[in-house]
Design a protein around this ligand. Structure first.
Ligand SMILES: NC(=O)c1ccc[n+]([C@@H]2O[C@H](COP(=O)([O-])OP(=O)(O)OC[C@H]3O[C@@H](n4cnc5c(N)ncnc54)[C@H](O)[C@@H]3O)[C@@H](O)[C@H]2O)c1
Length: 340
């Protein structure tokens, strides 16, 4: 296999740290930067422990085009995986300009830096939130686009920017639309460490399991799903990371740009997630049904077949595996990286 020098933006974040390890395991050379807006420098030591080597890292902001360009040149980077950005749907509704500035203007700045540095490959962290929520799952990549919040709009705008830039230059881009990443590295050294109240179900469930929060709120149990609670596609973060290794390897084969779902194709309900977490943590997890939230779809899960055809990648791990790994991380690091 041809090994590459790969730069990760947002490398100290939840998903970036797992991708760094997967790339290193596959023989690629990994470098990265982050501005620590939503992550801890402690992640770097943890990743170094797992990989048995430390990676070149710089504290950099996406807005700093020239500094990014020289980082890419110094490290002889072949391709970039672009994860850095802001990811809270609720925050994006309250502070849309900050979201467009970081996610959209920040991505343009990165692409300009890549152009300056002659780096011609990018894999971008997009999201299933780009799809119109009123569609029947499984969702293929050709499903109707229709984000319902600024966060989702930033993702589809950046996809479009990458597609346009690839059509006009020698850039090759792969937009990966993630479904719901969960779980943690089996070492329990790295995992998701949300600041404040978690926005996503799994970290919330795990914080209830470990005793940091009282109960899980189930937002409605009258949806058109088998048990009435919302159904989503939960993908183990290590599977997601392997999908990025496959995407980086595929960059050389594509002509301009491509868009690919990363999901399992399996939908799980809120009640199924809580039950799987209860088995993993070997305890009851208190929960209560409350009223629906606006904008939540009944079901959202991927048609993952394009990833299998074009990347040769398929999720291997189950929801039960993700709960076991997420619980091990939560149990051993109840306060995330602040314990280190
Ligand atoms: N976690 C999910 O549920 C999910 C789902 C779909 C897509 N995504 C996307 O995947 C990517 C990674 O998500 P994550 O869960 O690892 O989030 P994360 O917040 O843990 O990681 C993002 C990283 O980007 C850094 N960052 C933010 N603004 C920056 C800036 N201006 N300059 C440099 N670094 C900056 C943060 O400090 C953080 O370390 C994001 O783009 C997110 O939108 C995440």
């Amino acid at each position: 296999m041809h090994t590459l020098n790969v730069a990760l933006t947002g490398v100290t974040g939840y998903i970036g740290s797992h991708i760094a390890i997967a790339l290193a395991e596959h023989g690629h050379w990994v470098v990265g930067f982050d501005n620590f807006a939503n992550s801890s420098p402690a992640v770097l030591d943890r990743v170094a422990t797992i990989c048995d080597t430390s990676m070149p890292f710089a504290e950099l902001d996406l807005a700093d085009t020239d500094a990014i360009a020289s980082f890419l040149v110094t490290n002889k980077v072949d391709a970039v995986i672009h994860l850095a950005g802001l990811k809270s749907v609720a925050e994006s509704v309250a502070e849309p300009l900050r979201y467009y500035e970081t996610n959209v203007a920040g991505s343009v700045s990165l692409l300009k830096a890549m152009e300056q540095a002659n780096v011609h490959g990018i894999v971008f962290s997009s999201s299933a939130t780009v799809y119109d929520p009123n569609q029947t799952s499984p969702l293929g990549e050709d499903a109707v686009i229709g984000p319902i919040n600024p966060y989702g709009h930033t993702k589809i705008m950046v996809e479009q920017i990458i597609n346009n830039a690839a059509a006009a230059s020698s850039l090759k881009g792969i937009n990966l639309r993630y479904f719901n990443p969960v779980g943690a590295h089996p070492s329990a050294l790295i995992g998701e460490d949300p600041v404040g109240t978690p926005n996503n179900l799994m970290p919330y469930v795990m914080q209830v399991a470990v005793g940091m929060r009282d109960e899980v709120s189930i937002y409605g149990d009258d949806y058109a799903t088998p048990d009435g609670t919302g159904v989503r596609d939960y993908i183990h973060v290590c599977d997601l990371a392997d999908g990025h290794v496959a995407a980086v390897n595929a960059l050389a084969k594509i002509s301009t740009s491509d868009t690919i779902n990363l999901g399992t194709g399996v939908g799980s309900s809120v009640r199924e997630v809580i039950a799987a977490a209860e088995r993993a943590a070997d305890r009851d997890i208190p929960h209560r049904v409350v009223k629906r939230r606006p904008g939540d779809a009944d079901m959202s899960y991927a048609d993952p077949s394009r990833a299998e055809h074009r990347l040769g990648w398929k999720a291997q791990r189950t929801l039960a595996d993700a709960c076991v790994d997420h619980w091990r991380w939560q149990d051993q690091n109840p306060h995330g990286y602040t314990t280190s």
